[in-house]
Design a protein around this ligand. Structure first.
Ligand code: ZN
Ligand code: ZN
Length: 199
């Protein structure tokens, strides 16, 4: 290729998602790639910033911030849990300071009003301005109950589904976390207990 010719070569356009069509577009030819606009449409057009991944950052996950390692004390400071509205699993709430009776009442009201699912963040709940930071670990639905729960002398519940019925391995000395007969029958794995909790 001579130099003159090289200069006339266009750069390949950046791929651009096609928002006018879906993968199940009935008008599409079989095998046609529908994810991106077709080459003829984007060739020799300027790439816009609209589809740059960093332009739409993923939703922030709840995080514990620096220097905060959740302990049993942080759990009992709140002494309340969230229940996922999709899988019914209980999720621990953590706070660095012990909530007062009034703060607990406020928090309970906020939680009762909220529709908490694994993908929700506490940022979406409306806390009063001076309310202490309440934290929750990020979870997926049906993730097992956090081990700290079992160090807090709360009701014994199934590690997989939060039920309190038909439980096995209920003694603290059992090498596995409590699990219900239903989850056992469903083939859920036994989860070995972690050694004593740190505070
Ligand atoms: Zn869930
Ligand atoms: Zn269960």
């Amino acid at each position: 290729m001579n130099r003159e010719k090289f200069r006339s070569v266009d750069f390949l356009p950046d791929p651009e998602p096609d928002q006018t069509r879906t993968r199940n577009d009935p008008t599409a030819n079989p095998g046609e790639e529908l994810h991106y606009r077709c080459f003829e449409d984007v060739y020799q057009t300027a790439t816009t910033e609209d589809h740059r991944p960093s332009k739409n950052p993923p939703k922030k996950k709840p995080s514990f911030g620096h220097g905060f390692s959740p302990s049993q004390r942080h759990v009992t400071n709140v002494d309340m849990m969230l229940q996922c509205s999709e899988c019914d699993q209980w999720r621990l709430l953590f706070c660095k300071t012990k909530l007062s009776r009034t703060q607990k009442a406020t928090l309970k009201r906020i939680i009762d009003d909220a529709d908490y699912t694994f993908s929700a963040t506490l940022d979406e709940m409306e806390f009063p301005d001076d309310f202490p930071d309440i934290l929750v670990r990020s979870h997926r639905c049906h993730d097992p109950i956090e081990s700290l729960y079992y160090g807090c002398s709360y009701d014994v519940i199934c590690v997989h589904c939060s039920t309190g019925d038909h439980l096995l391995h209920v003694e603290d000395t059992n090498p596995y976390y409590p699990q219900c007969q239903g989850c056992m029958d469903a083939g859920k794995e036994k989860i070995p207990r972690k050694g004593g909790s740190k505070d």
